[in-house]
Design a protein around this ligand. Structure first.
Ligand code: SF4
Length: 445
């Protein structure tokens, strides 16, 4: 909802898409098509909103570094992708589901491979989910009911600054009206972080022993015998495990939130599977669930979209005409490092700035098309860069919060640039036409 006062407009309940909290209670004050205030946003959210006021003086499109029209850029991009034998489509955690659908369609039409930033963050968690499932709930339910919160390998105070205040520890819920006085916060990590200072209890675990620690808690939950020797590798005494388990058992509603400190440390998908299974085991005693702390604003959305469309959440290959899932083979870093992809479409991501050297080196040798709100390191090596409008600020659409709740975006600014959805849908139309034109020639061959 927007209210106007002279040249000042206030967009109420706008959504911040910077992190997986996807806070949808932000009041944006806009003057002269510029956001001047972002009430309720945390420091990261404010930086997100204020950083997208400027257009960065970027041309709408660049072909080989030279300014070009959008039409020419889309045509060049469509030709690159239609001609490719095995294109890689990557990114998409910072755009709307509406745009993601077209990126998937391009992959399918071109027989390529689609992967998202999940493969370099909570990929192990998604692999675990395919194997063991999870006990789930919404953050609304957590806010209203949870009296025990355990963050494992996560530092929400710095990565998701409003998680504790909006959804968990200090939030006042229906059955937790006194906020943090009705809850107990435990932090499990290898070192003291700013989040540890906020916790009622900090459990310091030896690096690389998360799986063992989770398995010990599982054993206690299942009534099995645990010895001091079992606990020794973790650096946590048996008595501390027993006390933590008693607290978990006596909670009315417990939640295990976990970050990449768990999913990307030794054990990876086995760690994520262990925490999901611990939550399931705890339901013998009380209500318990486990939830990953997802990072980018719509990384959950792209997992959802790929899963409901193909059955798999990331690393999906269409080279045989039907979806196949194999992390380690069809993940972007691996497809590039093995020098398999012969073209790439990057949507709202910067693999050239972040991937390992072997992947980056191959990326620089193939034609790359990138859509982003401003040029990044990948734009510098791309054949085609198209500047698009920021989602949630100048583009409406749908995103998914980390608890898999879809949220509609409200627009605050007008942008001179098109949305990812508009550009990708036009690319799809051109790729279809180019493939149709090429079909008779291929048949004649
Ligand atoms: Fe934005 Fe995340 Fe901060 Fe919420 S917690 S305002 S979504 S950066």
């Amino acid at each position: 909802m927007a209210t106007q006062n002279g040249t000042r407009t206030v967009v109420r309940n706008a959504t911040c898409t910077y992190c997986g909290c996807v806070c949808d209670d932000i009041d944006l004050t806009v003057e002269n098509n510029k956001i001047v205030k972002a009430a309720n946003a945390c420091v990261l959210g404010k930086a997100w909103f204020f950083n997208h006021n400027e257009s960065h003086g970027t041309p709408g499109a660049l072909i080989k570094g030279q300014p070009a029209t959008i039409e020419d850029a889309i045509e060049r991009a469509a030709r690159i992708l239609a001609r490719a034998r095995y294109p890689l489509v990557f990114g998409m955690s910072n755009t709307t589901n509406e745009a993601q659908r077209y990126a998937l369609e391009i992959t399918e039409r071109c027989g390529g491979c689609i992967d998202t930033t999940t493969s370099v963050c909570h990929g192990p968690t998604e692999i675990a989910l395919q194997g063991v499932g999870k006990v789930a709930a919404t953050l609304g339910e957590v806010k209203n009911r949870a009296d025990l919160l355990i963050y494992w390998g996560s530092n929400p105070a710095e990565s998701h600054p409003r998680h504790l205040s909006r959804y968990t520890y200090t939030a006042r819920g229906l059955f937790t009206p006194n906020g943090k006085r009705d809850r107990y916060l435990v932090l499990v990590d290898v070192r003291r972080t700013p989040s540890a200072r906020a916790a009622d209890e900090f459990v310091q675990i030896r690096p690389g022993t998360d799986f063992e620690a989770l398995w010990i808690l599982r054993s206690l939950a299942r009534g099995e015998t645990v010895t001091k020797a079992d606990c020794a590798p973790t650096g946590i005494p048996l008595e501390q495990f027993q006390a933590l388990f008693e607290r978990m058992k006596n909670a009315k509603y417990g939640v295990l939130f976990f970050g990449m400190g768990l999913s990307m440390s030794r054990g990876k998908s086995m760690n994520s599977a262990a925490i999901f299974m611990l939550a399931a085991d705890m339901n013998r005693h009380t209500k318990f669930l486990a939830m990953p702390m997802r990072g980018h604003g719509n990384v959950t959305g792209v997992d959802e979209l790929l899963t409901w469309s193909t059955g798999y959440p990331f690393a999906v290959n269409f080279s045989r005409g039907y979806p196949r899932f194999n992390p380690g083979e069809f993940t972007a870093v691996d497809v590039l490092a093995r020098r398999e992809a012969d073209a790439a479409l990057i949507v709202s991501s910067d693999p050239y700035g972040n991937f390992p050297r072997a992947a980056r080196e191959h990326l620089a040798t193939i034609p790359v098309v990138i859509l982003d709100v401003k040029p990044n390191d990948t734009s510098a090596i791309a054949e085609v860069h198209i500047t698009t409008a920021p989602y949630g600020i100048a583009v409406p659409g749908t995103v998914y919060r980390m608890d898999e709740i879809p949220i509609r975006l409200r627009v605050a600014l007008e942008s001179p640039y098109p949305s990812d959805e508009a550009v990708l849908s036009r690319m799809v139309a051109r790729i279809k036409a180019l493939k149709r034109e090429a079909a008779p020639a291929m048949a004649a061959d």
